[in-house]
Design a protein around this ligand. Structure first.
Ligand SMILES: O=C(O)CCC(=O)C(=O)O
Ligand SMILES: [Fe+2]
Length: 387
């Protein structure tokens, strides 16, 4: 475990004077699972100031204490099941059919990544992925920013003759996530005491960068389970989301775990009719460490039948110039900017990264899909020293 270097606001405080914060339910926060706050969008529709207060208390606690939340009022359980059901039909296809969309044949890190083809913290993840961005033309102009040439491109959709009820529900789900994440961000900006123009600049003036995926985590066989009676089996290893400001997902089985700030792990199982959301590193940096990019992982030992999750990552356009919010305005808004915590994820960000998030995302993708990077972007593999 390591205590990450925190942004410059912490430098005047000696590490020993900073307590490790425990996850505890804050007064006023609505109870979610095991105290992870539940943020209920319907509370904003009643016109009752008490309800509005409850909404903002829960969101504050989610931002500053947990880095995780459940969102209610954004999607129905029927729509969750429809999207997860569609994803399951893809993962149930024969391997040879899935490999028609092989991400290893796609220079832009899109398409199907086979089981264990993705790496987190130098170890393979026991999951399969189908990765998407906005459907875009490939950028071949050598004068375009490298991130654009590396990351933009067309999506890879399964043949509609094979899966006629796939693309529509998946696109509908991603649209719900996009709308919900922007809505949530609007409320976060209010809590941070900064103006609505931030939303405009971050997510409207330039089209946001989209990253989304369908993920499938197989269960262990009985024999594998006998060999792994305890410990952690890496569905996805401990990490903090590197590119996204907010990550939203729905899931159909337990397995997701959230690292408490004392280093222990808390389960974040599915709750019907809710989306799970978490804060990513750019938002943490943007807020001088106040909003927490909490470490999380998936433990395959909790999975019984095969777990599907549909993560959606909200990112601003990488050409938007960014810097941290003024510390004075955060302090004036009562934002707590003086915390440290324990993480099993490797993270050595210091705030400078906000200036070039495209670079960070290329680094992340190179580490996650080394097979793709080695084939198409050897210069990145060399630059980042990826094995
Ligand atoms: O599948 C999950 O629940 C977690 C996925 C995740 O953390 C990620 O893809 O960044
Ligand atoms: Fe994640």
């Amino acid at each position: 475990m390591t205590v990450p270097q925190s942004p410059d606001v912490h430098q005047s405080v000696s590490p020993s004077s900073i307590p490790i914060t425990k996850l505890e339910l804050q007064p006023g926060a609505a109870p979610g699972v095991d105290n992870i706050p539940l943020v209920d969008l319907d509370l904003l529709k009643t016109g009752n100031p008490e309800d509005e207060k409850q909404f903002y208390d829960a969101l504050r606690s989610a931002l500053f204490d947990y880095g995780f939340l459940y969102i209610k009022g954004a999607i129905t359980q029927d729509d969750i099941e429809e999207a997860i059901g569609a994803a399951k039909t893809f993962f149930a296809l024969p391997l040879a059919t899935k490999l028609l969309l092989d991400a290893r044949d796609d220079p832009h890190f899109r398409g199907y990544m086979h089981l264990c083809g993705e790496v987190t913290q130098f170890k393979s993840n026991l999951r399969e992925n189908l990765d998407f961005g906005f459907d875009e033309a490939e950028v071949t102009d050598p004068s375009a920013p490298l991130w654009q040439r590396v990351l933009e491109g067309p999506n890879r959709w399964p043949d509609p003759a094979l899966l006629p009820n796939f693309r529509a529900p998946i696109e509908r789900y991603f649209t719900t996530c996009h709308t919900t994440s922007l809505l949530l961000f609007r409320h976060i900006v209010r809590i941070l005491g900064c103006s609505e123009s931030h939303i405009q600049r971050l997510f409207v003036d330039n089209p946001p960068f989209l990253f989304a995926k369908l993920a499938f985590y197989p269960a262990l066989s009985e024999e594998e389970e006998r060999n792994q009676p305890e410990g952690f089996v890496q569905g996805i290893g401990p990490h903090r989301d590197a590119g996204s400001w907010l990550t939203l997902l729905v899931q159909d089985e337990p397995g997701l775990q959230v690292q408490r700030h004392d280093g222990t792990w808390l389960d974040a199982p599915p709750v019907p009719g809710t989306i799970v959301a978490n804060i990513g590193l750019p938002l943490e940096l943007f807020t001088h460490g106040a909003a927490r990019a909490t470490t999380h992982r998936v433990d395959t030992r909790q999975i019984r039948r095969g777990r599907t999750s549909l993560p959606y990552f909200l990112m601003p356009n990488f050409s938007t110039p960014l810097s941290q919010l003024p510390l004075s305005s955060l302090l004036a808004a009562g934002v707590p900017v003086d915390k440290r915590f324990v993480t099993d994820a490797d993270s050595s960000w210091n705030g400078e990264e906000l200036r070039d998030l495209g670079e960070r995302w290329m680094l992340n993708r190179t580490k996650q899909y080394p097979e793709v990077a080695k084939k198409y972007w050897p210069e990145l593999v060399e630059k980042y020293g990826v094995k």
